[in-house]
Write a protein that binds this ligand. Structure first.
Ligand code: URA
Length: 254
């Protein structure tokens, strides 16, 4: 028996937290009976979300996308805006972005239908590092750089220590290019950190996620992760790598 939210997220329908909300809202049934919060079920039972049965586990797939600006990081958008899934039209599995990049942010975004890995990588306790190249207005003073490194007071709390370095500056335009690495995932965190020390962000690109980078993947393009990369991400997420095998270009855990 497993907790329902775990089974729902393993089926790639939603994150565990979103699945919990679905249960609270009475949208989940087990063998035709509306499930209570905290309920458990067996994979042999029929679990439905909004009346639709969970699909039997499909092979897990993992992609690394170089997201351009102008795409939102959700699977669906009620307002009909372009989503990152529009950039992977050949992918048949129901994949979800691992976290978010703002509409105006470009760069590295992982996508998968492996709910366990997604939850592990996004769990705050795992402190997964993400690196950004940010072009900001103005030239930063030493003490502003130090504040970015030490932690910035935002309305939702002080940010954890970050790694920050100046990559370049343009005296004529009065702009600085920074590299900022953080392991938190607050909403619009890098933009808000820079604004808090008085420098608005002109452009923002995520260059690394958990040590993976964009090498060989042009803007708007994507590639499947290798088996080694998936195994490495399992370690990063604190999950056991239970062995596995390659299947049709996808990595399926056995
Ligand atoms: N920080 C931001 O401000 N935006 C992003 O998209 C990611 C991190």
């Amino acid at each position: 028996m497993e907790r329902l939210q775990k089974l729902i997220s393993q089926a790639g329908v939603a994150s565990r937290r979103a699945a919990e909300r679905m249960i609270e809202e009475g949208r989940v049934t087990v063998d035709g009976v509306v499930a209570a919060i905290g309920a458990q079920a067996d994979v042999s039972q029929t679990i439905c979300v909004d009346g639709k049965p969970l699909r039997r586990a499909e092979a897990h797939v993992y992609f690394l996308l170089n997201k351009p600006k102008g795409y939102i990081s959700t699977a669906k958008d009620e307002r009909g805006r372009k989503t990152v899934l529009d950039l992977l039209p050949e992918v048949r599995e129901r994949i979800y972005p691992v976290g978010r990049l703002d509409n105006g942010t470009e760069g590295l975004l992982l996508l998968t239908n492996d709910g366990n890995l997604m939850n592990g990588l996004l769990h705050p306790a795992r402190e997964v590092w993400k690196t950004y190249a940010a072009q900001v207005d103005g030239l930063l003073e030493k003490r502003e750089l130090q504040t970015l490194k030490n932690g910035v007071a935002l309305e939702d709390g002080v940010t954890a220590p970050a790694k920050v370095r100046v990559l370049d500056w343009d005296d004529r335009l009065g702009r600085t290019k920074l590299e900022i690495s953080i392991h938190e995932g607050k909403n619009r965190q890098v933009r808000r950190m820079c604004e808090a020390v008085g420098h608005s962000v002109r452009s923002l690109k995520r260059t690394e996620f958990a040590g993976l980078n964009l090498s060989g993947v042009r803007r708007g393009e994507y590639r499947a992760l290798t088996a080694e990369e998936v195994a490495y991400l399992y370690e990063v997420a604190g999950l056991p790598v239970r062995g596995g095998r390659r299947k049709g270009g996808a990595w399926e855990k056995s």
